[in-house]
Ligand binder design. Structure first.
Ligand SMILES: Nc1ncnc2c1ncn2[C@@H]1O[C@H](COP(=O)(O)OP(=O)(O)OP(=O)(O)O)[C@@H](O)[C@H]1O
Ligand SMILES: [Mg+2]
Length: 418
């Protein structure tokens, strides 16, 4: 059996922390079995290495390894992606397609962000776990597959179960053995080691001498919270390596690169020249309004689709209570019966009301169109980046701030390759 050290080297894992070693050891131990594994740990702790280790050290290593980010696939296509579909199963299904569970027969599937799976998909997944059976979307034929499943999550699954977002039976099936990766703040002795490794990688990449930390800077690294864990540490190492002329980094200098978590709701732009910062804040508000409008429009589209499909207003109303409340607020008189009219312009006013004075609103919208259309894409990217930075990579908080769903944020992160 390969030693833990050899495995770490092979998979580029840095650190000597006892908890980290225990997790890797567990991965090595379970690899030869077919037991389902749930990898847990905060965002950025390195969960993605574990399923790779498990696959490579198993008898399946010559089979396929497929990593699926469950949060990044739109809800409408996820069943088809995972289990495939029959020709004609839905509009656009011009051909029969194999899903990942068919393709990965004999191999391993890594279900990342498994807590994001829609409930209907969870039912299908449970069946695969129980007896290796699945059915393509639009088919009635039961197929068999032999796939090892490793799942990962950075959310509290018990809370998801309590909120009925995740099936308890599936949770227990998936997490026969749990491998938890420690947060960076729990492995303080590894922090400086990791920083040195990243700093030396970036020095090589950017052809500059390696930055070196003064003692007070090392102390600062070790006492920082690192909500975004190793991903955040690597980002800080990159920024410092690229931006600092002086290669010797003091604590005072390093401080500038470490956002303080408490001020999560403060404006991200803290500028010396007041007028400029006011301007950016105003812009931020405007883009936030645009985000909100877009998100509501998407919700409305979804509602309309469901209405068209089902034709049963009260049923749709019952199934989409949360969504309707989100779009219309708590006003009990407004029900889905109002929806077919799709009073978007009228509704748009509702949405922008708190921010922009009534008579200005279309004027504003036009101005944005004229001046910013070309860079809207850049602005969206910029806002997402800013928000993620402000929340140390925590997508849940960033999504809430941006007023979009977590799923939409995942897709944007993927789309912009963030
Ligand atoms: N021990 C480590 N040594 C070196 N690099 C690491 C280590 N752990 C994580 N990394 C790096 O940190 C980054 C984040 O790791 P990874 O993508 O596995 O995080 P994650 O736990 O899956 O986070 P999320 O829940 O946000 O998806 C990756 O680039 C990874 O290579
Ligand atoms: Mg991940």
């Amino acid at each position: 059996m390969e030693s833990i050290q050899a495995i770490k080297q092979r998979f580029g894992i840095i650190g000597n922390d006892a908890k980290l070693n225990r997790s890797i050891e567990k991965a090595i131990q379970v690899a030869p079995t077919d037991i389902s594994i749930l990898v847990t740990g905060e965002s950025g702790v390195g969960k993605e290495s574990i399923p790779k280790i498990i696959h490579q050290l198993s008898h399946r290593k010559h089979g396929k390894y497929i990593a699926v980010n469950c949060g990044a696939i739109p809800e409408g296509t996820i069943d088809s992606e995972l289990f495939g579909h029959e020709k004609g199963a839905f509009t656009g299904a011009t051909q029969t397609r194999s899903g990942y569970f068919e393709v990965a027969d004999g191999g391993t599937i890594f279900l990342d962000e498994v807590g994001e799976l829609p409930l209907t998909t969870q039912v299908r997944l449970l069946r695969v776990l129980e007896n290796g059976e699945f059915i393509k979307v639009g088919s009635s034929k039961v197929q068999k597959t032999d796939v090892r499943i490793v799942a990962a999550t950075n959310v509290n699954m018990f809370e998801a179960i309590k909120k009925e977002k995740f099936r308890e039976d599936l949770y227990y099936r998936l997490s026969t053995i749990e491998i938890n990766l420690p947060a960076l703040r729990e492995r303080k002795d590894d922090i400086h080691l990791l920083f040195r490794k990243f700093a030396s990688d970036f020095a090589l990449k950017y052809k500059m001498p390696t930055v070196k930390l003064a003692d007070d800077a090392i102390q600062l690294l070790m006492s920082y919270r690192w909500n975004g864990n190793i991903r955040q540490l690597r980002n800080v190492a990159e920024q410092v390596s690229v931006l600092e002329h002086n290669r010797s980094i003091s604590g005072q200098t390093l401080k500038n690169y470490l956002p303080t978590g408490a001020g999560q709701n403060l404006p991200a732009v803290i500028n010396d020249t007041k007028s400029e910062s006011d301007f950016s804040n105003e812009r931020e508000i405007l883009y936030k309004v645009l985000f909100d409008m877009k998100s509501d429009l998407n919700d409305l589209k979804k509602l309309t689709m469901e209405l068209m499909k089902s034709g049963n207003i009260s049923e749709v109303e019952k199934d989409n209570e949360g969504l309707i409340q989100k779009i219309y607020g708590n006003n009990e008189e407004k029900t889905v019966q109002d929806v077919p009219v799709l009073a978007i312009p009228e509704h748009r006013e509702d949405i922008v009301e708190p921010v922009i004075e009534a008579e200005d609103k279309y004027h504003f919208a036009e101005e944005i169109e004229e001046e910013e259309t070309l860079s809207l894409h850049d602005k969206e990217l910029e806002l997402i980046k800013k928000s993620l930075e402000r929340h140390s990579g925590k997508r849940k908080l960033a999504a809430a701030e941006l007023g979009i769903s977590e799923r939409t944020l995942y897709r944007k992160i993927k789309q912009y390759d963030l």
